[in-house]
Design a protein around this ligand. Structure first.
Ligand SMILES: [Zn+2]
Length: 346
Protein backbone atom coordinates (compact mmCIF):
# COMPACT_ATOMS: atom_id res chain seq x y z
CA UNK A 1 0.00 0.00 0.00
CA UNK A 2 1.37 3.45 -0.87
CA UNK A 3 1.53 6.38 1.55
CA UNK A 4 -1.69 7.94 0.27
CA UNK A 5 -3.54 4.65 0.59
CA UNK A 6 -2.27 4.16 4.13
CA UNK A 7 -3.23 7.70 5.04
CA UNK A 8 -6.75 7.16 3.70
CA UNK A 9 -7.04 3.88 5.63
CA UNK A 10 -5.94 5.57 8.83
CA UNK A 11 -8.46 8.39 8.42
CA UNK A 12 -11.32 6.16 7.38
CA UNK A 13 -14.07 5.84 9.98
CA UNK A 14 -16.06 2.65 9.38
CA UNK A 15 -19.67 3.55 8.68
CA UNK A 16 -21.08 0.18 9.68
CA UNK A 17 -19.44 0.01 13.08
CA UNK A 18 -19.85 1.18 16.64
CA UNK A 19 -16.66 2.03 18.54
CA UNK A 20 -17.04 1.88 22.32
CA UNK A 21 -14.21 3.66 24.14
CA UNK A 22 -13.28 2.55 27.66
CA UNK A 23 -12.10 5.19 30.11
CA UNK A 24 -11.82 5.13 33.89
CA UNK A 25 -10.49 8.41 35.29
CA UNK A 26 -9.68 11.97 34.17
CA UNK A 27 -7.23 13.67 36.55
CA UNK A 28 -4.62 16.45 36.37
CA UNK A 29 -1.08 15.27 35.78
CA UNK A 30 0.10 15.43 39.43
CA UNK A 31 -2.75 13.19 40.57
CA UNK A 32 -2.29 10.92 37.57
CA UNK A 33 1.35 10.38 38.45
CA UNK A 34 0.40 9.55 42.05
CA UNK A 35 -2.22 7.01 41.02
CA UNK A 36 -1.41 3.30 41.50
CA UNK A 37 -3.28 2.73 38.21
CA UNK A 38 -1.69 5.44 36.13
CA UNK A 39 -2.60 3.77 32.83
CA UNK A 40 -6.29 4.02 33.74
CA UNK A 41 -6.05 7.80 34.02
CA UNK A 42 -5.98 10.46 31.30
CA UNK A 43 -5.40 14.15 31.92
CA UNK A 44 -8.16 16.67 31.11
CA UNK A 45 -5.96 18.01 28.28
CA UNK A 46 -5.49 14.58 26.70
CA UNK A 47 -9.17 13.79 27.15
CA UNK A 48 -10.14 17.01 25.39
CA UNK A 49 -7.85 16.28 22.44
CA UNK A 50 -9.32 12.78 22.15
CA UNK A 51 -12.94 13.94 22.38
CA UNK A 52 -12.26 16.66 19.79
CA UNK A 53 -10.98 14.01 17.38
CA UNK A 54 -13.92 11.70 18.06
CA UNK A 55 -16.47 14.49 17.63
CA UNK A 56 -14.92 15.40 14.27
CA UNK A 57 -15.31 11.93 12.74
CA UNK A 58 -18.12 10.21 14.68
CA UNK A 59 -21.53 10.70 16.21
CA UNK A 60 -20.63 10.59 19.92
CA UNK A 61 -23.64 9.09 21.68
CA UNK A 62 -24.39 7.21 24.87
CA UNK A 63 -24.04 3.46 24.50
CA UNK A 64 -27.83 3.18 24.86
CA UNK A 65 -28.54 5.61 22.01
CA UNK A 66 -25.71 4.33 19.82
CA UNK A 67 -27.02 0.76 20.13
CA UNK A 68 -30.52 1.91 19.25
CA UNK A 69 -29.17 3.66 16.16
CA UNK A 70 -26.94 0.71 15.20
CA UNK A 71 -30.00 -1.57 15.20
CA UNK A 72 -32.38 0.94 13.59
CA UNK A 73 -31.75 -0.42 10.10
CA UNK A 74 -31.30 3.08 8.73
CA UNK A 75 -28.19 4.90 7.55
CA UNK A 76 -26.42 6.23 10.61
CA UNK A 77 -22.78 7.01 9.79
CA UNK A 78 -19.85 6.08 12.07
CA UNK A 79 -20.96 5.71 15.70
CA UNK A 80 -18.91 6.08 18.85
CA UNK A 81 -19.78 5.68 22.51
CA UNK A 82 -17.51 7.08 25.24
CA UNK A 83 -17.82 5.00 28.41
CA UNK A 84 -16.37 5.39 31.91
CA UNK A 85 -16.02 2.47 34.34
CA UNK A 86 -16.47 2.67 38.12
CA UNK A 87 -18.05 6.16 38.48
CA UNK A 88 -15.22 8.20 40.01
CA UNK A 89 -15.80 11.81 41.19
CA UNK A 90 -13.36 13.12 38.59
CA UNK A 91 -15.66 12.04 35.75
CA UNK A 92 -18.05 14.76 36.90
CA UNK A 93 -15.35 17.26 37.82
CA UNK A 94 -13.19 17.04 34.68
CA UNK A 95 -14.78 14.93 31.94
CA UNK A 96 -18.30 16.36 32.07
CA UNK A 97 -17.31 19.87 30.95
CA UNK A 98 -15.18 18.54 28.06
CA UNK A 99 -18.03 16.36 26.83
CA UNK A 100 -20.33 19.36 27.09
CA UNK A 101 -17.98 21.56 25.07
CA UNK A 102 -18.08 19.09 22.15
CA UNK A 103 -21.75 18.18 22.55
CA UNK A 104 -20.72 14.56 23.12
CA UNK A 105 -22.77 12.25 25.32
CA UNK A 106 -21.24 9.45 27.38
CA UNK A 107 -22.13 6.41 29.48
CA UNK A 108 -21.04 6.15 33.13
CA UNK A 109 -20.91 2.64 34.63
CA UNK A 110 -21.19 3.07 38.39
CA UNK A 111 -20.47 0.78 41.36
CA UNK A 112 -23.65 1.50 43.28
CA UNK A 113 -22.74 0.52 46.86
CA UNK A 114 -20.20 3.37 47.02
CA UNK A 115 -22.32 6.19 45.56
CA UNK A 116 -21.79 9.24 47.77
CA UNK A 117 -19.65 7.22 50.20
CA UNK A 118 -16.17 8.17 51.45
CA UNK A 119 -15.04 4.53 51.11
CA UNK A 120 -12.82 3.27 48.28
CA UNK A 121 -13.25 0.46 45.80
CA UNK A 122 -11.41 -2.60 47.09
CA UNK A 123 -8.57 -2.44 44.56
CA UNK A 124 -7.91 1.25 45.19
CA UNK A 125 -7.71 0.60 48.93
CA UNK A 126 -5.41 -2.39 48.47
CA UNK A 127 -3.12 -0.62 46.02
CA UNK A 128 -2.89 2.62 48.03
CA UNK A 129 -2.19 0.83 51.34
CA UNK A 130 0.42 -1.55 49.95
CA UNK A 131 2.13 1.25 48.01
CA UNK A 132 2.25 3.22 51.26
CA UNK A 133 3.79 0.29 53.15
CA UNK A 134 6.40 -0.09 50.41
CA UNK A 135 7.15 3.64 50.66
CA UNK A 136 7.78 3.04 54.38
CA UNK A 137 10.35 0.40 53.31
CA UNK A 138 8.21 -2.40 54.72
CA UNK A 139 8.53 -5.67 52.87
CA UNK A 140 5.54 -7.90 52.08
CA UNK A 141 6.47 -10.27 54.93
CA UNK A 142 5.99 -7.34 57.35
CA UNK A 143 2.57 -6.41 56.01
CA UNK A 144 0.80 -9.31 57.72
CA UNK A 145 2.57 -9.40 61.06
CA UNK A 146 0.56 -11.53 63.51
CA UNK A 147 -1.89 -12.79 60.87
CA UNK A 148 -2.85 -16.41 60.21
CA UNK A 149 -0.49 -18.70 58.35
CA UNK A 150 -2.72 -19.19 55.30
CA UNK A 151 -2.59 -15.51 54.44
CA UNK A 152 1.11 -15.18 55.14
CA UNK A 153 1.90 -18.25 53.01
CA UNK A 154 -0.32 -17.02 50.17
CA UNK A 155 1.30 -13.60 50.13
CA UNK A 156 4.82 -15.07 50.30
CA UNK A 157 4.01 -17.22 47.25
CA UNK A 158 3.01 -14.18 45.17
CA UNK A 159 6.59 -12.95 44.75
CA UNK A 160 5.48 -9.34 45.20
CA UNK A 161 8.02 -6.86 43.93
CA UNK A 162 9.64 -4.89 46.72
CA UNK A 163 10.15 -1.96 44.40
CA UNK A 164 8.02 1.14 44.63
CA UNK A 165 4.27 0.66 44.01
CA UNK A 166 3.74 -3.08 44.36
CA UNK A 167 0.00 -2.51 44.88
CA UNK A 168 -1.00 -2.76 41.28
CA UNK A 169 0.59 -6.20 40.83
CA UNK A 170 -0.92 -7.46 44.05
CA UNK A 171 -4.41 -6.39 42.94
CA UNK A 172 -4.12 -8.61 39.86
CA UNK A 173 -3.18 -11.60 42.02
CA UNK A 174 -5.87 -10.94 44.62
CA UNK A 175 -8.55 -11.10 41.93
CA UNK A 176 -8.06 -14.87 41.80
CA UNK A 177 -8.72 -15.59 45.49
CA UNK A 178 -12.08 -15.96 47.22
CA UNK A 179 -13.92 -12.79 48.30
CA UNK A 180 -13.67 -13.87 51.98
CA UNK A 181 -9.92 -14.36 51.82
CA UNK A 182 -9.55 -11.11 49.93
CA UNK A 183 -11.45 -9.20 52.61
CA UNK A 184 -9.39 -10.73 55.41
CA UNK A 185 -6.16 -9.90 53.57
CA UNK A 186 -7.27 -6.35 52.89
CA UNK A 187 -8.38 -5.74 56.48
CA UNK A 188 -5.04 -6.98 57.77
CA UNK A 189 -3.05 -4.81 55.36
CA UNK A 190 -5.24 -1.77 56.04
CA UNK A 191 -4.78 -2.18 59.80
CA UNK A 192 -1.02 -2.46 59.36
CA UNK A 193 -0.88 0.61 57.11
CA UNK A 194 -3.01 2.62 59.52
CA UNK A 195 -0.72 1.68 62.41
CA UNK A 196 2.26 3.18 60.57
CA UNK A 197 0.52 6.40 59.60
CA UNK A 198 -1.47 5.72 56.40
CA UNK A 199 -4.46 8.01 55.92
CA UNK A 200 -6.82 7.83 52.93
CA UNK A 201 -6.63 11.16 51.10
CA UNK A 202 -10.10 10.77 49.58
CA UNK A 203 -8.80 10.69 45.99
CA UNK A 204 -10.79 7.62 44.96
CA UNK A 205 -14.38 8.41 45.93
CA UNK A 206 -17.24 7.97 43.50
CA UNK A 207 -19.86 10.44 42.27
CA UNK A 208 -22.81 11.39 44.46
CA UNK A 209 -26.44 10.63 43.68
CA UNK A 210 -27.03 14.30 42.80
CA UNK A 211 -24.13 14.29 40.33
CA UNK A 212 -25.44 11.14 38.66
CA UNK A 213 -28.88 12.70 38.40
CA UNK A 214 -27.33 15.81 36.78
CA UNK A 215 -25.59 13.67 34.18
CA UNK A 216 -28.76 11.72 33.38
CA UNK A 217 -30.85 14.89 33.11
CA UNK A 218 -28.26 16.28 30.70
CA UNK A 219 -28.68 13.33 28.32
CA UNK A 220 -25.78 11.17 29.51
CA UNK A 221 -26.37 7.53 30.37
CA UNK A 222 -25.99 6.30 33.94
CA UNK A 223 -25.50 2.54 33.91
CA UNK A 224 -24.55 -0.34 36.19
CA UNK A 225 -21.13 -1.66 37.10
CA UNK A 226 -22.77 -3.88 39.78
CA UNK A 227 -23.15 -3.12 43.51
CA UNK A 228 -19.69 -4.09 44.81
CA UNK A 229 -17.50 -4.77 41.73
CA UNK A 230 -17.09 -8.52 42.27
CA UNK A 231 -15.78 -10.92 39.63
CA UNK A 232 -19.24 -12.05 38.50
CA UNK A 233 -18.08 -15.49 37.31
CA UNK A 234 -17.04 -16.33 40.89
CA UNK A 235 -20.45 -15.69 42.45
CA UNK A 236 -23.29 -17.99 43.47
CA UNK A 237 -26.50 -17.61 41.42
CA UNK A 238 -28.12 -15.73 44.30
CA UNK A 239 -25.26 -13.24 44.71
CA UNK A 240 -25.01 -12.79 40.93
CA UNK A 241 -28.70 -11.92 40.74
CA UNK A 242 -28.35 -9.50 43.65
CA UNK A 243 -25.40 -7.69 42.03
CA UNK A 244 -27.09 -7.16 38.67
CA UNK A 245 -30.67 -6.54 39.88
CA UNK A 246 -30.07 -4.38 42.95
CA UNK A 247 -27.56 -2.11 41.21
CA UNK A 248 -30.09 -1.55 38.41
CA UNK A 249 -32.94 -0.82 40.83
CA UNK A 250 -30.79 1.53 42.97
CA UNK A 251 -29.68 3.54 39.94
CA UNK A 252 -33.21 3.71 38.54
CA UNK A 253 -34.35 5.18 41.84
CA UNK A 254 -31.56 7.78 41.74
CA UNK A 255 -31.97 8.92 38.13
CA UNK A 256 -35.73 8.32 38.00
CA UNK A 257 -35.34 6.55 34.67
CA UNK A 258 -34.48 3.19 33.10
CA UNK A 259 -31.04 1.59 33.36
CA UNK A 260 -30.42 -0.63 30.33
CA UNK A 261 -26.63 -1.09 30.17
CA UNK A 262 -24.02 -2.80 32.36
CA UNK A 263 -20.23 -3.21 32.30
CA UNK A 264 -18.83 -6.50 33.63
CA UNK A 265 -16.32 -5.81 36.46
CA UNK A 266 -12.84 -6.76 35.29
CA UNK A 267 -14.48 -7.75 32.01
CA UNK A 268 -15.27 -11.25 33.34
CA UNK A 269 -18.42 -12.96 32.08
CA UNK A 270 -19.70 -16.38 31.02
CA UNK A 271 -23.02 -17.84 29.83
CA UNK A 272 -24.46 -17.81 33.37
CA UNK A 273 -23.57 -14.14 33.81
CA UNK A 274 -25.04 -13.21 30.42
CA UNK A 275 -28.27 -15.04 31.28
CA UNK A 276 -28.55 -13.24 34.64
CA UNK A 277 -27.98 -9.88 32.97
CA UNK A 278 -30.60 -10.62 30.31
CA UNK A 279 -33.15 -11.78 32.89
CA UNK A 280 -32.52 -8.61 34.93
CA UNK A 281 -33.64 -6.58 31.90
CA UNK A 282 -30.40 -5.17 30.56
CA UNK A 283 -30.21 -4.60 26.80
CA UNK A 284 -26.48 -3.87 26.44
CA UNK A 285 -23.39 -5.17 28.24
CA UNK A 286 -19.75 -4.30 27.62
CA UNK A 287 -16.66 -6.42 28.16
CA UNK A 288 -12.96 -5.55 28.17
CA UNK A 289 -12.26 -7.41 24.95
CA UNK A 290 -10.67 -5.19 22.34
CA UNK A 291 -12.48 -4.54 19.09
CA UNK A 292 -15.26 -2.82 17.17
CA UNK A 293 -18.96 -3.77 17.05
CA UNK A 294 -21.47 -4.12 14.23
CA UNK A 295 -25.20 -4.79 14.23
CA UNK A 296 -24.42 -8.53 14.30
CA UNK A 297 -22.38 -8.28 17.53
CA UNK A 298 -23.82 -9.92 20.65
CA UNK A 299 -25.51 -7.09 22.57
CA UNK A 300 -24.56 -8.57 25.95
CA UNK A 301 -20.85 -9.00 25.19
CA UNK A 302 -19.79 -5.88 23.30
CA UNK A 303 -16.14 -5.11 22.58
CA UNK A 304 -14.45 -1.88 23.55
CA UNK A 305 -11.30 0.09 22.75
CA UNK A 306 -9.21 0.78 25.84
CA UNK A 307 -7.84 4.30 25.91
CA UNK A 308 -4.26 4.65 27.14
CA UNK A 309 -2.89 8.16 27.22
CA UNK A 310 0.69 6.98 26.83
CA UNK A 311 -0.05 4.78 23.81
CA UNK A 312 -1.95 7.59 22.12
CA UNK A 313 0.68 10.30 22.71
CA UNK A 314 3.44 11.40 20.38
CA UNK A 315 6.97 12.19 21.53
CA UNK A 316 5.88 15.71 22.49
CA UNK A 317 3.22 14.28 24.79
CA UNK A 318 0.36 15.43 22.56
CA UNK A 319 -2.50 13.29 21.26
CA UNK A 320 -1.14 11.36 18.27
CA UNK A 321 -4.17 11.72 16.01
CA UNK A 322 -3.09 9.11 13.44
CA UNK A 323 -2.56 6.49 16.14
CA UNK A 324 -5.90 7.31 17.75
CA UNK A 325 -7.70 7.07 14.40
CA UNK A 326 -6.07 3.70 13.80
CA UNK A 327 -7.38 2.55 17.18
CA UNK A 328 -10.87 3.84 16.41
CA UNK A 329 -11.25 2.26 12.99
CA UNK A 330 -9.65 -1.09 13.81
CA UNK A 331 -6.55 -0.57 11.65
CA UNK A 332 -4.34 -0.89 14.74
CA UNK A 333 -5.82 -4.33 15.48
CA UNK A 334 -5.18 -5.45 11.91
CA UNK A 335 -1.65 -4.12 11.89
CA UNK A 336 -0.70 -5.53 15.27
CA UNK A 337 -2.77 -8.74 14.97
CA UNK A 338 -4.33 -8.22 18.34
CA UNK A 339 -8.01 -8.65 17.61
CA UNK A 340 -8.44 -11.07 20.46
CA UNK A 341 -6.31 -9.20 22.93
CA UNK A 342 -8.07 -8.43 26.18
CA UNK A 343 -6.85 -5.28 27.85
CA UNK A 344 -6.59 -5.18 31.58
CA UNK A 345 -9.16 -3.32 33.49
CA UNK A 346 -10.71 -2.86 36.87
ZN1 LIG B 1 -14.43 -1.46 37.09
Amino acid sequence: MNATGMSALVRHARRDSLVVLCYHRVLPDVQREASPFRDLVVTPEAFEAQVALCAKHYKCLTLRDAMTMLHSGGSHGPLLAITFDDGYWDNYEYAYRVLDAYDAKATFFVVTSLIGSSRQLWYDQLARTTDYLADQHMRPRDWLLGQNDTLVRWLAAQKISTNVRPGRDLVQQVKTISPDMRNTLMDAIAARASKVGYRDKGMDTLMTANQLRDLAEDGHEVASHTCTHPILTQLSDKDLEQEVCKSKADLERIIRGDVVSIAYPNGDFNDTVVRAVREAGYQNAVTTMNGLNTNTSQRLSLDRVFISQDRLSNSAGRCATNVMQMELNGTADLLFLRKMRAHRST
